[in-house]
Write a protein that binds this ligand. Structure first.
Ligand code: GLU
Length: 489
């Protein structure tokens, strides 16, 4: 294996997802670390699409993967759309390359044709289960005679190509885990090419990592056990040990319940977070903390700090736990850090999608006044439409749930007083509105502020959750505010 301490190769890192669904938290954490490592070292970040599984990969998922990386700002130096000297970067366009290597492995004796049927393999597995021995191919077709092969062919059997694992073991140094050894008793001969000629992951990934001159494979821990098989493919390709990639297997990302987060769970898909108004910089900041830390208990990391500080040595080997509350808190921080214009630009798609505004100049002008008063108060952009809807609705209605809170006689009385006293307010601004309501409702009527202002809030905004009341009324204007108060009475 190359020795990391003296490895002088220019760094080349790849992110190689299999788009059989939307990219999820675990994929993106890997992509982020790959990207950060490449940027930190001044190396090359390669984006490769592992789309050999025709039944499960779709063009939509491939496009979504590309869009997600772009949205997050994880730009790549070689890969789809940008090309590069080692392409194509979609495995489905590299099928001939895999077929050529498989043929060479057969010719050189590293691999062999295996004619075992699915039933026969199942019978072997069953026997192994009964005998309580490690499961795996039993080597039945390793050394078939010419007559046996002829008989299988005559029988119409189509062979798979299987890699011959030698006796012994494979040892490599994982940059996170240290020295790892796999005894080949637990690494049985594995399939490289299916009977229909399609390559398996282990063949394609290893061939591509070599041909794309990848120096560092940073990927999820779930792939640790495939490493000895990939190293066997390098050996069959005749790659010198010093040219193997170095491996770093990133710790698992667990759910809150300590079960492994998985692709099959919709809530882990990055698209889900995007739709709910999480900012890409918040997602990257939060995911950076899943298994890595910038030190000093810091939780606020910008993309430029990440590329500056990221080293594999700082990646932990213990599993990281996904914490939604923390992600929300970071998202709120990143929203507060946006400039007013940026907050407007990012909120606008959500306001349009929620049918709150269409984007007319009048609406934009009002939004420019309204957004600053809620910027401190939202954790996600998806909360913005509900907060500001009251300013734009034409047929205003109080939410049913809130209506019940102001339908008693006491509320009616206080709304009546509020309406009358506000009518004579000369300057319609939040200071004036607050002074009038405090005098009339709190001082003179002796009401608790929470009760009094909540009733006014519901009457004017239609909901018991809104931006600050007096500012909201100023923005809404005298006419609409008084009309709504009067209607609610
Ligand atoms: N395509 C593989 C996957 O998405 C990962 C390949 C690798 O990183 O080695 O699971």
């Amino acid at each position: 294996m190359p020795n990391s301490a003296v490895d002088t190769r220019p760094v080349r890192v790849r992110f190689a997802p299999s788009p059989t669904g939307d990219l999820h938290v675990g994929n993106i954490r890997t992509a982020l670390f790959d990207w950060a490592y490449a940027r930190h070292t001044g190396g090359t970040f390669i984006f490769r699409i592992e789309d050999t599984d025709k039944d499960r990969v779709t063009d939509e998922y491939i496009q979504a993967a590309i869009d997600t990386l772009k949205w997050l700002g994880l730009t790549w130096d070689e890969g789809p759309e940008v090309g590069g000297p080692n392409g194509p970067y979609l495995q489905s366009q590299r099928m001939d390359i895999y077929a050529d290597w498989a043929k060479k492995f057969l010719d050189d004796g590293f691999a062999y044709h295996c004619y075992c049927s699915a039933d026969e393999l199942e019978a072997v597995r069953e026997a192994q289960r009964k005998a309580n021995v490690a499961p795996g191919y039993n080597g039945h077709c390793r050394s078939l005679s010419t007559e046996q092969i002829a008989a299988f062919v005559a029988d119409g059997r189509k062979p798979v190509v299987r890699m011959r694992m030698p006796d012994g073991s494979t040892t490599f140094t994982d940059l996170i885990r240290g020295e790892v050894t796999f005894d080949h008793n637990f690494v049985p001969d594995f399939v490289l090419v299916r009977a229909d000629g399609s390559p398996l992951y282990t063949l394609a990934v290893a061939v591509d990592d070599v041909m794309m001159k990848v120096t560092h494979v940073l990927r999820g821990e779930d792939l640790l056990s495939s490493t000895p098989r990939q190293i066997r493919v390098y050996q069959a390709m005749g790659v010198a040990e010093a040219d193997y990639p170095l491996f770093a297997h990133l710790p698992f990302v667990m759910g809150q319940d300590n079960a492994k987060l998985s692709k099959r769970n919709g809530e882990v898909s990055i698209a889900w977070y995007r739709e709910r108004g999480f900012l890409p910089e918040a997602i990257c900041n939060y995911l950076a903390l899943l298994g890595w830390s910038p030190g000093e208990d810091r939780e606020d990391v910008s993309m430029s700090e990440l590329t500056e500080l990221f080293t594999v040595e700082r990646v932990h080997s213990s599993p990281a736990r996904f914490d939604m509350k923390k992600l929300e808190a970071i998202n709120g921080d990143k929203i507060r850090a946006l400039s007013p214009d940026e907050f407007l630009n990012r909120s606008l798609p959500f306001l349009k999608e929620g049918n709150v505004v269409t984007g007319t100049p009048e609406e934009i002008a009002l939004l420019k006044r309204a957004l600053p008063i809620i910027q401190e108060r939202v954790a996600t952009l998806a909360e913005v439409p509900a907060m500001l809807k009251f300013l734009f609705v034409t047929n205003f209605e109080v939410e049913a749930e809130s209506l019940s809170k102001i339908s008693d006689a006491d509320s009616k009385k206080l709304l009546q007083v509020a309406y009358e006293r506000l009518q004579s307010l000369s300057q319609w601004n939040h200071e004036g509105i607050e002074a009038v309501l405090r005098t009339a409702l709190i001082e003179e009527m002796g009401l608790k502020p929470r009760i009094a202002f909540s009733a006014v809030r519901i009457a004017v905004t239609g909901s018991h959750i809104s931006p600050p009341l007096f500012e909201s009324m100023e923005l809404l204007g005298r006419e609409s505010s008084l009309l709504r108060l009067n209607n609610s009475i």
